[in-house]
Each structure stands twice: as structure tokens, then as C-alpha cells.
Design a binder for this molecule. Structure first.
Ligand code: CP3
Length: 337
């Protein structure tokens, strides 16, 4: 049984699990390979290395999916924005400050080639039982980084731009949306079998903009991908949208929703029925602490698995401090093996 089957049948014949950011700094083999590259971006853009990193967690753990090792900021990079990942600081981009800065952005799809090559390599070495996930950031989340120039808690600069220059902002979102559609299509052609759209900064969206900056562009991505690849399941991760998560699913048409840890499990249970695949929700700190807490949380989320199609995962990316033994326990609790 595979994840794809779960999307088709909407029935859990077994327990499924993968982990957001499953290839990353909590693994010594990742750190070792990463140290050979001057920067994180160099690693992402090397197809052989990116493929190897993607496969690292699968060598250790009984996971049901591989997620391609890349980053949501590859889209701004393909649009010609300067991008660097600085140690201890995260991503740094030459931020868009005024509407005329948008004119400088020109899509260069060649910049997607390394990730696509990595996908093809990974796909050829995966057994049929493990599906390959491709991904991209949702347009609002990607725009947040492009306008802010770095990570932020509230993305106020991005929000102010959206309010101050609505036309320019809509033009920017449109450009990101079109580029993302092209990127995701190339990922499917290269071997991606399932897609995930990360709306990681859903919590920064003002209520009056949620329709135009989240639902509409994501719906456009869905429509275009479904027209070309009707059988490729698409998961959305609308982090921080709270009870708007239901509208998000209905308005965008995503086949599955990745839950963040702040959503009430009771609300999720009564809101989503068996036609929507649910995923994730467990707080990454639970995996850091481990033990009984981890066991209890797995059992609490099992209620979703009993009710409809559900994939075990975290409510956000695994953090570097996570002990590897806790990941082993996590999968053991989930799969009973
Ligand atoms: O899940 C996976 O294993 C695939 C790899 C993956 C990465 N980034 C690798 C990465 C995925 C799916 C992403 C998505 C991503 N990137 C998101 C959406 C998911 C989320 O976490 O909300 C976002 C917001 C980004 C942007 C980004 N990339 C930030 C803010 C940072 C710095 C923060 C940090 O953790 O250091 C990155 C860097 C990054 N992307 C790392 C990894 C493994 C760490 C860099 C390193 O190894 O030096």
C-alpha cells in the first residue's frame, strides 16, 4: 500500500508516516554531507547530493514517503532574486521594496533543472512502496520572504506592501503563482508522485486578504495542476489559518490538509470527514521530549486515522535537537513494529 492509494481509496489499510524536514540537521549523515558544501543552496542545487540527502532518512526509518530535498525559496531564486542562506540566520534575499522592483523579476526555468534532476534520481532508486513528494511554497508565503528579505515573526513589511500597493502586490502574486505552476509541473514530469504546497505563513495573513492572497492563487495552482495531472494528489499546509482551514480546503480544492499543532483535534474531527486526507498535527517539541508524551500524542492523533484517511506527521518541521531514538520510537508507536 502506498500514500497514493490512500488518496484514491480514502481508507487507512495501514498506518502511514513521513516527517516534515525529515532530511536535515538532526541527522549526523546530513551534517557530514552538508559540511562539504559552502552553503545550503549549493547542496540544494547539486542533483547527486540533493538526491543522496533525500534518501538518508529512508535508510534509517520505515517511512512511507521521500520528500525532495530543496527549498521553497528556489522560486524567488528562479525569478532572479539574490538568495543566500547564512549560517545561524536563515535565508537572506535582496528584498522588494517598491513596485518598480518587481519589473526586475524574470523567470528562468533552467534554475529548476537541478531539483528536477534530483527528483529523477531519487525516483529511480525508490521501491514502489515509497512515494516521492515534490513541493513548493504557496504564493503568499513566498511573497512574504521576497518582500521581507528574511525570516520574520509577523512579516509586517510584506503585509504593509500588500496594503500600500495592492496592484503591484497582485502582480507579484501572479508572477509567483505562474512560476510555481511551471515548477510543480516540471517536478511531476521529473518523478514527483504527490505534491505539497507550504503556506507556512498563513498566520500572517490579515483576514481581509485571505481570499485574494491565499485561496485564489492556491486554487489557480490546483486547477492548473489538476488539468495536466488529475491523478497527482496535492496536500496543502495552511499553517496558522485556524478554523479558516476548512474554507481553505474547500476553496482551493486540495486533496489533503496538513494540520498544524495549534488546531484543536476536536474541531478537526468534527469538521473534516472521510473525503479529505488529513496529515500531521503533532507538535515537533513532542518528538524532542519523547517518552510517554510521544506515545500519548500518537494515540490521540490515531482518532483521526480511525475516522478517515490520515497520515502521521508533525505539525511543522522536525527540529535539529530531536534525538534520533525518538524518531525510531515515533515510527514504532505509529506502526507497532
Ligand atoms: O522536508 C524536507 O526534508 C525537505 C526539505 C525542505 C527544506 N525546506 C530544507 C531546508 C523543505 C520542505 C523546506 C521548505 C521550507 N523552506 C519552508 C516551508 C516549511 C516550513 O518549515 O514552514 C520554509 C518556510 C522554508 C524557508 C527556509 N529554508 C527557512 C526559513 C530556512 C532557515 C531556517 C532553518 O531551519 O535553518 C531554510 C533553510 C533550510 N531548508 C534548511 C533545510 C534542511 C536548513 C539549512 C541548513 O541545513 O543549513
Amino acid at each position: 500500500m502506498t500514500l497514493i492509494k490512500l488518496f484514491q481509496e480514502k481508507k487507512n489499510r495501514q498506518s502511514y508516516c513521513w516527517i516534515m524536514r525529515q532530511a536535515g540537521r538532526y541527522l549526523p549523515e546530513y551534517k557530514k554531507l552538508r559540511a562539504k558544501y559552502p552553503s545550503f543552496l549549493d547542496l540544494c542545487l547539486n542533483p547527486t547530493a540533493a538526491a543522496e540527502v533525500t534518501l538518508q532518512p529512508l535508510k534509517r526509518f520505515d517511512l512511507d514517503a521521500a520528500i525532495i530535498f530543496s527549498d521553497i525559496l528556489i522560486v524567488p531564486y528562479a525569478l532572479g532574486q539574490d538568495l543566500a542562506f547564512i549560517e545561524g540566520q536563515g535565508p537572506v534575499l535582496d528584498r522588494i521594496e517598491v513596485p518598480s522592483d518587481i519589473q526586475r523579476l524574470v523567470a528562468n526555468y533552467d534554475r529548476f533543472t537541478p531539483t528536477c534532476e534530483a527528483l529523477t534520481r531519487v525516483k529511480s532508486s525508490l521501491p514502489q512502496s515509497i512515494n516521492l513528494i515534490g513541493f513548493a511554497g504557496a504564493p503568499w508565503t513566498v511573497a512574504c520572504y521576497m518582500l521581507e528579505g528574511k525570516s520574520s515573526k509577523a512579516f509586517d513589511r510584506a503585509k504593509a506592501f500588500a496594503f500600500r500597493y495592492p496592484e503591484a502586490f497582485s502582480e507579484l502574486l501572479d508572477l509567483i503563482t505562474k512560476t510555481t505552476i511551471a515548477y510543480l509541473k516540471k517536478q511531476v514530469e521529473a518523478g514527483a508522485q504527490v505534491l505539497q504546497i507550504f503556506e507556512s505563513w498563513g498566520e500572517a495573513v490579515p483576514d481581509c486578504l485571505v481570499e485574494s492572497v491565499v485561496y485564489k492563487p492556491t486554487q489557480e495552482i490546483l486547477q492548473s495542476l489538476k488539468a495536466s495531472f488529475p491523478h497527482v494528489p496535492i496536500l496543502g499546509f495552511p499553517r496558522g489559518l485556524g478554523e479558516k482551514t476548512q474554507d481553505y480546503q474547500q476553496r482551493t480544492g486540495v486533496d489533503g490538509v496538513s494540520l498544524d499543532a495549534r488546531l484543536s483535534l476536536e474541531w478537526v474531527k468534527k469538521t473534516f470527514k472521510e473525503n479529505v486526507v488529513l496529515q500531521g498535527g503533532i507538535d515537533p517539541q513532542v518528538l524532542v521530549v519523547g517518552g510517554d508524551l510521544l506515545k500519548r500524542e500518537v494515540e490521540r492523533y490515531r482518532a483521526l486515522e480511525r475516522q478517515g484517511p490520515y497520515i502521521f506527521n508533525l505539525g511543522h518541521g522536525i527540529v535539529p535537537e530531536t534525538p534520533i531514538e525518538h524518531v525510531v520510537d515515533f515510527i514504532k508507536y505509529i506502526k507497532g513494529s
